[in-house]
Design a protein around this ligand. Structure first.
Ligand code: NAG
Length: 430
């Protein structure tokens, strides 16, 4: 045999040679990548005409491996594990409510499906053995009419580093056939579904929040996205009320922009206000406060609340106010087009994860347009971080420096430095 013919010395030099060859390929590849990247800025610049070509094909169930890149972190996704069955075409572009959570929060998706007038894309992060609860989830999706029509569910997990491709991961073997092997809906009820979820144990570990936000967007079937928090609730007919504005955003009439909505917290003894009158009474009684205003004011405060309320109470037309982005700590939530930047995925959990997108939007030249009339409410008024959040926060902070250096390199390479002066400084990093 050939290998037997090799002397020891030859074998040694072959190994060295092979090593060099492999190293050069890697270096060459990353050089090519950096070259491609240098051109990216033109390619992502604002062009309405390109809109369709960039829409992901989300017709199918498919498994993808997202690898480490400038903005993405390595993980696996099963898109459309459960697919919305609504194929009705509409005369408007629906706004996809993009939700994400671990599986134990899945019951909240029922309420969202019932309240949200357009479609939903829900990304679930699976920890090991969480696939056991997927059977129950699949039953919900099959048997709950509204969830079935409106919600598409995607699964995200960390790739087993011993396995090259996501498709051959064991997890996939266990779950791929679930939707076909379900029992009859006669055996389904929501209470036992909720009970089943309570059995799920979520390990103390990091939840890759920006990956999850992105996967909920990547799995979306429409060109307008709104990323929501699974536990919160939107004002009635939110999607219908903002539809005219959202279509303008889509068609480019608002320029490069996102449509911001106000967020609040509600005293846990009060019922959700289903109209602006009741909302305004609760606000006057301090049973409603601006979201996290006690906990992290600079991150969430939006000025002119009274003016906003008076306009919204006394006018029918939903309009907007152009709000300036004055602090890199501000982290509003909004409706955006599918071609707006995605969240930076190389961020440790709780390290001000959403601020990375808000800052990037500023550098990319976006404006923040605050919509009147509509709101989003988080149940319970928060007055401080929980111990778990504090410890995760400290963990996040410890990684600030390397993360910020990496982000700075990315941002400054992608967006013209001369635009930097339009955006507030980010500590002394940016
Ligand atoms: C919002 O304000 C910015 C900065 O002044 C401006 O460039 C942009 O055109 C405004 N957008 C709208 C829709 O008025």
């Amino acid at each position: 045999m050939f290998s037997l013919a090799l002397s020891r010395r030859n074998a040694f030099s072959t190994v060295i040679l092979f090593f060099f060859a492999a190293a050069s390929v890697t270096i060459f590849r990353s050089w090519v990548r950096s070259k491609q990247y240098a051109h990216k800025y033109d390619a992502v610049d604002w062009k309405i005409a390109d809109l369709d070509s960039r829409l992901p094909t989300n017709e199918h169930r498919r498994i993808e491996h997202i690898s480490d890149d400038l903005t993405t972190a390595d993980h696996c996704v099963f898109y459309n594990f459960l697919r919305s069955t609504d194929t009705e075409t509409t005369d408007h572009e629906p706004i996809t409510l993009a939700l994400h959570s671990t599986i134990n929060y899945a019951e909240h998706v029922i309420k969202h499906a019932e309240n949200w007038d357009d479609v939903l894309s829900y990304a679930i992060f699976l920890f090991p053995r969480h696939d056991e609860a997927l059977q129950a989830l699949a039953m919900l999706h099959k048997c709950h009419d509204t969830v079935n029509r409106k919600v598409s569910i995607h699964l995200v997990w960390n790739r087993n580093f011993l396995i090259e491709s996501c498709v051959s991961d064991n997890i996939v073997k266990n779950i791929a056939t679930i939707p076909e092997s379900l029992g009859s809906c006669d055996d389904f009820d929501i209470e036992s579904f909720v009970e089943k979820l309570k059995e799920v144990k979520v390990p103390f570990g990091s939840y890759p929040i920006n990956v999850m936000r992105n996967e909920a967007r990547r799995g979306a079937a429409t060109k307008l996205h709104i990323i929501g928090d699974i536990e919160t609730q939107y004002s009635p007919a939110f999607a219908v009320n903002v539809r005219p504005l959202a279509q303008q955003l889509l068609n480019g009439y608002l320029g490069k922009a996102v449509l911001v909505y106000r967020r609040f917290e509600l005293d846990e003894n009060e019922k959700f206000p289903t109209n602006l009158r009741r909302f305004s009474n609760l606000l006057a009684d301090k049973k409603i406060v601006q979201f996290h205003v006690k906990h992290y004011r600079v991150g969430h405060f939006i000025p002119n609340l009274q003016h906003w309320l008076q306009y919204s109470l006394n006018n029918d037309e939903v309009t907007f106010d152009n709000v300036s982005y004055i602090s890199s700590e501000w982290e509003p939530q909004f409706i955006m087009r599918h071609d707006a930047p995605y969240h930076y995925e190389h961020v440790p959990t709780r390290m001000t994860d959403h601020q990375f997108l808000c800052y990037e939007l500023c550098r990319a030249g976006y404006s923040y347009l605050l919509m009147t009339h509509v709101y989003n409410i988080h149940p319970g008024i928060k007055d401080g971080a929980t111990p778990l959040e504090k410890s995760l926060g400290i963990y996040g902070l410890a990684q600030t420096d390397p993360t910020m250096r990496k982000f700075r390199a990315y941002i400054n390479a992608r967006y013209p430095i001369y635009q930097k002066s339009r955006c507030p400084n980010w500590k002394n990093y940016l």
